[in-house]
Design a protein around this ligand. Structure first.
Ligand code: CP
Ligand code: NVA
Length: 330
């Protein structure tokens, strides 16, 4: 069963097909790959873009969405059990049974979770595609829209230098993965206290080696701005890390994208942010609202690439092996 938990689960050929399909479906509102399909949405954390852009995409593809709470879907607790009750199971039912039930009625599961392991468990039980709407380690739906946006701004055969400045987080990880798979030059700059671990660095090196891109990193943002085509940042404190705010934020001094830093980049350099942005913290108003800022174009493309994801994963006719809609309907 094809799932989308991480970007690097797929190769260049598949990801290119997905982006081509996204572009095709953007202009073909008459094509309905999800006609009659229902996708279950379950979000453990708040969302604007991921939830809305994806639901609109599914509607435009002819499908529909049902929302379920994490309490109902991800192991609901037994309510009304007496405090001193012994032997009453804590969970309403096993996750495996919940997922196997959902597959009787639905055609896909789209979920935002705190812990990547929750996605792995869901996928291991699921007979329908499980699609990651963000977890602690990855944000593949964002990375697809971001690469699509970059390829709209730069020639798609050009090797682009993409610099992420900030936290070594889920958004940065998926962006670096997809950038390397498409052979781009990926640069990272963040404080040493919140950095990639050895196995993550080895993974980036392996992708660079396999696909012909490069990965470089430094704790000095000034060193990587001057050759950048794209400068990207995200929140310094991600959802679920709020209790670390005070201890974490001090380490990010000097990593804000502001006019002084952005002036050191080439004139053509674009600014990107997955949003939500914290104006005045990781980025200033001047850069968010800069003529070279792509932030709202990225948001628009969340819907475009969500179409490619759901078409390719939930309709066999749109899979890479067949490619039939691209050939026969274009
Ligand atoms: N970029 C992104 O995923 O935004 P939301 O948290 O609003 O979904
Ligand atoms: N890194 C952020 C991204 C939000 C879209 C978070 O996980 O909260």
């Amino acid at each position: 069963m094809p799932h989308l938990l991480t970007i690097s689960h797929y190769d260049l050929e598949f990801l290119q097909h997905l982006l081509d399909l996204s572009s095709y479906l953007q202009n073909r509102r008459d094509v309905k790959p999800l006609d009659g399909s229902t996708i279950l949405f379950c979000f453990e954390k708040p969302s604007l873009r991921t939830k809305l852009a994806t639901e609109v995409a599914i509607n435009q593809l002819g499908g529909s969405v049902i929302h379920i709470t994490p309490e109902e879907f991800l192991g609901g607790k037994v309510l009304h059990a007496p405090q001193d009750a012994k032997g009453i199971p804590e969970e309403r039912e096993a996750l495996k049974d919940t997922v196997k039930n959902v597959a009787q009625w639905c055609d896909g599961i789209f979920t935002r979770v705190y812990n990547h392991q929750t996605l792995q468990k869901l996928a291991s039980y699921s007979d329908i595609p499980v699609i990651n709407g963000l977890c602690n380690l990855h944000h593949p739906m964002q990375a697809l829209a971001d690469l699509y946006t970059i390829h709209e701004s730069f020639r798609s055969d050009k090797q682009v230098t993409i610099t992420f400045i900030g936290d070594a987080n889920n958004v940065a990880y998926s962006l670096i993965e997809i950038g390397l798979i498409f052979g781009h030059k990926m640069q990272f700059s963040g404080p040493k206290a919140y950095y990639w671990n050895q196995s993550q660095l080895a993974h980036f090196s392996a992708l660079a080696h396999k696909y012909g891109g490069t990965f470089t990193h430094t704790p000095e943002p000034d060193l990587v701005v001057s050759n950048s085509d794209v400068i990207y940042t995200d929140a310094f404190i991600s959802m679920g890390e709020e209790d670390q705010y005070q201890q974490k934020i001090a380490h990010f001094e000097g990593f804000q994208i502001n006019e002084a830093l952005f002036e050191k980049a080439p004139e053509h350099a674009r600014f990107m942010h997955c949003l939500p942005a914290h104006r005045g913290i990781e980025v200033t108003d001047a850069i968010m609202d800069h003529p070279n800022s792509l932030v709202y174009q990225q948001a628009k493309n969340r819907m475009v690439t969500a179409k490619g994801v759901f078409a390719v994963l939930c309709n066999e006719e749109f899979q890479l092996e067949t490619k039939s809609p691209l050939v026969s309907l274009s």
